[in-house]
Design a protein around this ligand. Structure first.
Ligand SMILES: [Fe+2]
Length: 283
């Protein structure tokens, strides 16, 4: 295997590689420390290769997904909202982040930082309390689900004005580098879906692909994308300023202290699957 990592959590799974090139076009991108070539045949068939070696690739949810070993341990996760009529699907583009993808997912799951990092958008002092919520690993899929999350938000999405509302959240972790967020939408009783799929450039760099499947009759695509970029732009410098780019999983380093049940579960879930890629080795 020509890749620098031997972690089956990466080699034997479907890794996002960004949008497919147009028919008869190709481009290169970085995956697990290597440069791979992505192309699309004239009939729409996607291809991926590393040098002369073809790699397993499929197109789903508007992106190409590559299995480096060609022996996927499981099918690509489901995302039924993507195909639901009435939802708008908006690819918000890829943003490079110079940190382990595990840090990005852990931050994505954390509500406690909203009032401080996303002030006047996703939170506002003194509304700082994270109410208790439920976290479980679903036996059938092995996915982490956090439910009953709620948080007071000044401006929860591009469609909301700044009058504030209590927002219901559900989080889901499908892969070590892929998670979804479901939150109150502008349509009563329906939840917007926001996917974050991290392309593993190497152990300390990712490209974060953000995908919306939302209900919003008010905002333009550009406004939806701008809102996501604003939020992500607030997280990016904090993520990149971690003292350690890789995430420790052992010992007492960075023991979570807040009510961040999701973080504790995510780290345990990573340990149980023997995650090594993007992990800081114990001292
Ligand atoms: Fe954030």
């Amino acid at each position: 295997m020509p890749f620098a990592t031997n972690d089956p959590n990466m080699l034997d799974d479907w890794l996002v590689a960004g949008p497919a090139p147009a028919p008869s076009a190709s481009r290169t991108t970085r995956l697990l420390g290597e440069t791979v070539r992505l192309s699309t045949d004239a009939d729409g068939t996607p291809r991926c290769s590393l040098g002369d070696t073809p790699l397993a690739v499929q197109q789903r949810y508007g992106y190409l997904w590559v299995c480096p070993s060609g022996r996927p341990a499981r099918p690509l996760f489901g995302f039924p909202e993507y195909d639901e009529p009435g939802r708008r699907r908006v690819d918000c583009g890829g943003i490079g982040v110079a940190v382990s993808g595990l840090r990005v997912i852990e931050n994505f799951l954390d509500m406690a930082h909203f009032p401080f990092v996303h002030a006047d958008y996703l939170g506002k002092v003194p509304h700082t309390e994270v109410a208790q919520y439920q976290v479980q690993v679903e036996p059938a899929t092995g996915e982490i689900w956090a439910t009953d999350c709620r948080f007071w938000q000044p401006r929860a999405s591009a469609a909301h004005d700044a009058s504030g509302s209590e927002v219901i959240y559900k989080y889901r972790v499908m892969q070590p580098f892929s998670a979804m967020l479901y939150k109150s939408s502008f349509r009563a009783g329906e939840l917007d879906a926001i996917g974050i799929f991290l392309q593993p450039v190497d152990e300390e760099h990712v490209i974060a692909h953000t995908l919306l499947a939302c209900y919003d009759d008010h905002s333009t695509d550009a406004e939806l994308i701008a809102f996501q970029h604003t939020i992500f732009g607030q997280d990016k410098p904090i993520l990149e300023n971690h003292a350690f780019k890789r995430m420790p999983l052992e010992g007492r380093a960075e023991t979570p202290t807040r009510g961040d049940t999701s973080s504790v579960t995510y780290r345990r879930w990573l340990r149980e699957r023997g995650m090594r890629f993007g992990v800081r080795a114990a001292a």
